[in-house]
Write a protein that binds this ligand. Structure first.
Ligand SMILES: O=C(O)c1ccccc1N[C@@H]1O[C@H](COP(=O)(O)O)[C@@H](O)[C@H]1O
Length: 212
């Protein structure tokens, strides 16, 4: 299973989280949000990482040009689209950046939101389910109704996100079998400052999940 820890702002924390077992780290490229990092900061964090760890930039409602420039400047391996990007936008991004992983986040406001998944599958590498919040695009710590997601079986890989923590990850994975998980606020002291003890506990819990 892929394990993405998102909202990295400090290079030394990124390095430690990668050594604990994260397969992907996420960098928030959405200006005016609390975990935002600029290309210089992203490059500094990436410089500390082994090449095997995926580096995903999180964008929302920005332009193809902005995304391409940041990817070129930082060597991100993937892009997570966390706003209201259309399937056509994903298609255009794929043409522009054929070698970059594209993950489309769906913010699940109601059961109908899941029906959107089918429209994106042709143009993305993976989907990600996050909770809907009226004021914030992400990193809210709000959980999804895992039971209601049991019917969610898209024909592409998907990440479970939204309010996952070391305390609830086993319960979530008892009900669902996503290809990957994505955590941000559930392993933090405060926005952008990761709690390495919580990250270590997450990996302990995941080892238990695999053993059972
Ligand atoms: O984390 C942020 O600040 C953020 C800002 C704008 C868009 C997305 C953002 N984060 C994403 O939110 C989800 C869930 O986070 P949490 O675990 O509930 O705190 C995660 O996919 C982040 O990539």
């Amino acid at each position: 299973m892929r394990i993405k820890i998102c909202g990295i702002t400090k290079p030394e924390q990124g390095k430690e989280i990668a050594s604990l077992g994260a397969t992907a780290l996420g960098f928030i490229c959405v200006p005016n949000t609390p975990r935002y990092v600029n290309p210089t900061q992203i490059r500094a964090a990436i410089a500390q990482l082994p090449a095997t760890v995926d580096r995903i930039g999180v964008f929302a409602n920005t332009t193809l040009k902005d995304i391409s420039q940041i990817v070129a400047a930082t060597k991100l391996t993937g892009v997570q689209l966390h706003g209201d990007e259309s399937p056509a936008f994903c298609h255009q991004l794929r043409s522009l950046l054929p070698d970059v992983e594209i993950v489309k986040a769906l913010r699940v406001k109601n059961p109908e939101a899941l029906e959107q998944a089918a429209n994106y599958i042709t143009y993305v590498d993976a989907l990600l389910l996050d909770a809907y919040h009226p004021q914030h695009l992400g990193g809210t710590g709000k959980t999804l109704d895992w039971n209601a997601l049991q019917k969610f079986q898209p024909s592409c890989p998907w990440f479970l996100s939204a309010g996952l923590t070391p305390d609830n990850i086993l319960a979530a994975l008892t009900q669902l079998r996503p290809h990957g998980i994505d955590l941000s606020s559930g392993v933090e002291h405060s926005p952008g400052d990761k709690d390495l003890d919580k990250v270590a506990r997450l990996f302990e819990q995941l080892r238990l999940a695999i053993a059972n």
